[in-house]
Write a protein that binds this ligand. Structure first.
Ligand SMILES: O=C(O)CCC(=O)C(=O)O
Length: 534
């Protein structure tokens, strides 16, 4: 996962907004609001009033991503299954995976004690500004200073840098820290927003969830919500502001899957399941099982508590890793995906269509704050596919596949990265690009490669003497040999090192020595900010 956001302490007190507890109104702003309800329902006017215009839908006409339905047998092996669908799925960038109907993990987040008491912080998203906005410097009004703190991994509009000057913080569009909510409060808030926005009637006294349970209320379809979402993003409405509980660290907030914390859990099939996202990254067969640190968002899953229109903007995963996202409960999440082989085309199209934003901020796509309509991408020859993820379903994103999307209502999903061995060449490509862009890495690619190679060599020796390696059927054997993916990955790094050493010998010049040693040094720690461990 990749991130950006402000924590409660990052938002200056002046910008900390009142928690919007409403009595049946929508969390939409009042600046241009003509609706009587809006004014009555808020303690404090904070945002702007939007209203659905069904006749002006901007729903993109694009094809659906594939859906995979593993059998119970296939579902026993998550990494094996992901590897088996890769050849088909990578043409789309994203795909849905629907588990067998018998797989229904209980969700600890729904337990009353958790639901009513655990608070999480949100970020505020101005949906109408995700695509069409003025470059920040040209704004008439200076932005209120946003403080950011250093985090391990950042996403959604928060940056890796601590602003070292006022200018830095004012130069970037981003999402500010919003209110803290419990799941119960956010559910109510999200339902009221949607109800107000779409004019779902008859709900003054009863909460939407109750009404829905009795099936008394009309609801907009996902297609209608999608049409309205792009109408907002394309700038045809006034301000529409929503909150998103995104990138919540499951190590602190809690996971939607039971964790393997006690011996008792070892008996629970869902705690030990290979599809439990707490286990997935470190399964045998995943290269990031060799990562020693519990990197939040990469190895430790993140939670996403969404409301209608809350968005994740176009991005690729750190190091071009795979990601797997599971929806625990709630209303559908709409995804757009572009195959990894068209990543450069997407980047070019974004630059072409939003030239001023990229001129001001060339690394805009690293910030995860910018949408571009799938219709525009499609019209420029970029393949874009849609997936509508429902509760109990996974969405897999493949290496270097740009993806984006939004939530159609209150929901909760969890996501983590994974790296079957076929990811290695993508990871190598990522670190080379990062190096060129002077961008910090979150993992040491070379360390993972070396450890994978060591495991493979160990297994080769084991096999030679007919010892059991204890690594099951994965081991790394099928990755070795003349055309093995691991062999090729090691060869690439070996060639880079050899060429640099040759240059050193041939030129025998002190200045060149220094440059080459610096590159070798960087190369051996994968361009990582931490020291290498070769
Ligand atoms: O659900 C979200 O907001 C983020 C989805 C995503 O980008 C992922 O899981 O890779």
């Amino acid at each position: 996962m990749v991130s950006s956001s402000a924590s409660p302490e990052e938002a200056g007190p002046a910008r900390r907004r009142e928690k919007r507890r409403m009595r049946g109104g929508a969390a939409v702003s009042l600046d241009h609001c003509s609706s009587r309800n809006c004014e009555e329902d808020f303690y404090r006017p904070t945002t702007t009033c939007g209203k659905w215009h069904p006749g002006e839908s901007q729903r993109p006409e694009i094809d659906d991503a594939p859906i995979f339905t593993p059998t119970e047998e296939e579902f026993k092996d998550a990494i094996g299954y992901i590897s088996s669908i890769r050849p088909q799925a990578e043409k789309y960038g994203i795909c849905r995976i629907i588990p067998p109907s018998s797989w229904r993990p209980p969700c600890p987040l729904k337990e009353k004690s958790f639901w009513e008491s655990m608070e999480f912080n949100t970020r505020v998203q101005q949906v109408d500004k995700l695509q069409n906005r003025e470059p920040t410097k040209k704004r008439a009004q200076p932005r209120v200073q946003r403080k950011r703190k250093r985090r391990k991994r950042l996403r959604f509009g928060m940056t890796h840098r601590r602003p070292n000057s006022r200018a830095d913080s004012e130069d970037k569009f981003g999402f500010q820290s919003g209110s803290d909510f419990t799941l119960e409060e956010f559910h109510k808030y999200a339902d009221e927003f949607k109800q107000e926005y779409f004019g779902m009637k008859g709900s003054d006294e009863i909460f939407l969830s109750e009404i829905k349970n009795h099936k008394k209320i009309w609801e907009p379809s996902v297609e209608e919500i999608e049409g309205e979402y792009w109408r907002i993003v394309l700038g045809s409405t006034g301000e529409v502001e929503v909150d998103y509980g995104a990138d919540l660290d499951t190590a602190t907030f809690g996971s939607g899957f039971a964790k393997l914390s006690s011996d008792a859990n070892m008996q629970d099939p869902y705690s030990v399941s290979c599809w439990n996202l707490n286990n997935l990254p470190r399964l045998p067969g995943s290269v990031i099982s060799f990562e020693d640190e519990d990197i939040s968002g990469v190895v430790v899953p993140w939670l996403y508590v969404g409301m209608c229109f809350s968005s994740f903007c176009w991005h690729v995963e750190d190091h071009f890793l795979y990601s797997l996202n599971y929806m625990h409960f709630g209303e559908p999440k709409v995804w757009y995906g572009v195959p990894g082989c068209e990543a450069v085309e997407l980047e070019e199209s974004m630059r072409k269509n939003l030239p001023k934003l990229f001129e001001e901020q060339p690394d805009l796509l690293h910030e995860l704050v910018t949408q571009l309509s799938p219709s525009v991408l499609k019209s420029e020859g970029v393949s874009v596919y849609r997936a509508v993820q429902k509760p109990g379903e996974f969405v897999l994103t493949l290496p270097r596949a740009y993806h984006s999307g939004f939530n159609s209502g209150f929901n909760c999903a969890e996501a983590v990265n994974v790296a079957p061995v076929d990811w290695l060449p993508h990871g190598q490509c990522a670190v080379e690009l990062y190096r060129g862009q002077h961008r910090k890495t979150s993992i040491s690619h070379d360390r993972l490669l070396l450890k994978t190679a060591k495991a493979a060599v160990k297994q080769l020796w084991m096999n030679l003497f007919d010892w059991k390696s204890g690594e099951g059927k994965y081991g790394w054997l099928n990755t070795c040999g003349k055309d093995g993916v691991l062999t090729s990955a090691v060869k690439v790094v070996a060639w880079i090192l050899l060429i640099l050493e040759l240059i050193i010998c041939l030129l025998n010049d002190k200045h060149t020595h220094n440059i080459c040693f610096a590159i070798l040094d960087k190369s051996s720690n994968g361009g990582c900010s931490k020291g290498g461990e070769w």
